[in-house]
Design a protein around this ligand. Structure first.
Ligand code: BG6
Ligand code: MG
Length: 222
């Protein structure tokens, strides 16, 4: 027998649809600075850290800010984002997710959250999932943004297993790349043509049956 298999979940876009709130808050920031960006551009912000997101947005608006103003704008964006987060409850958990989590917990499979967000713990508490995960690694624990695999490698270490025994669920291109670089099994949640680097892709968790999960768990290594 190889080492214990473990599962790492991204949070935003995998467990909850907070991408819509990030979009509203970033868009308000851009509008207040006098420009706009599209939903298509917003795709490029998924999985990307707060700092890197603001850099991309300013680039789209051809704007530069002083360090002080950059930090102030990040603070304003986060305040606005949290005003949406604060209204969340467990009804925001995406369809199919509770069934998969319950199965893994019942079978003693170690589970982690590996998120770029500094708000991950707040969100997990709002949706009543904070205590369900064995390990939470978030934007406060890492220095390198996805596609750097740091967040997932720290999760594997804390789960006390090897990277090739980890399976990652991700909705962003950057996150799938991070999982692949870490030599973990990558499972995309979203569109096949966007997440084409993933080992498997599903539109959402309602498409994932327990048979598939069991096969993943039985497989030796990646
Ligand atoms: C990621 C989101 O999970 O976290 C990004 O996909 C977000 O959109 C990033 O920018 C950082 O989140 P936060 O909550 O720390 O600003
Ligand atoms: Mg995500």
């Amino acid at each position: 027998m190889g080492m214990q298999k473990a599962i790492i979940f991204d949070l935003d876009g995998v467990i909850v649809d907070t991408a819509k709130f990030h979009f509203l808050a970033w868009r308000k920031l851009a509008n207040d600075l006098g420009f706009d960006f599209t939903k298509e551009q917003n795709e490029q912000l998924k999985g990307v850290s707060r700092v890197e997101s603001l850099k991309k947005i300013l680039n789209w608006g051809n704007m530069e800010l002083s360090e002080e103003e950059f930090n102030r704008q990040m603070g304003l964006k986060n305040e606005n984002y949290l005003s949406y987060v604060n209204k969340m409850d467990k009804s925001e958990i995406l369809p199919g997710v509770p069934g998969v989590l319950d199965y893994l917990i019942e079978h003693d499979i170690p589970i982690a959250v590996g998120s770029a967000s500094k708000n991950a713990r707040t969100i997990l508490k709002k949706i009543d999932l904070h205590d369900k995960f064995n390990v939470i690694v978030d934007g406060n624990d890492v220095t390198k943004a996805k596609p750097n695999p740091e967040v997932f490698l720290i999760a594997a270490e804390k789960l006390k297993t090897s990277p090739e025994n980890c399976v990652v669920f991700e909705d962003s291109v950057a996150g799938i790349q991070a999982a692949n670089i870490a030599e973990m099994t990558s499972i995309g949640i979203g569109e096949k043509n966007v997440l084409n680097e993933a080992d498997h892709v599903f539109a959402d968790f309602t498409e994932i049956d327990i048979d598939f999960i069991e096969k993943l768990l039985r497989k030796e290594g990646k």
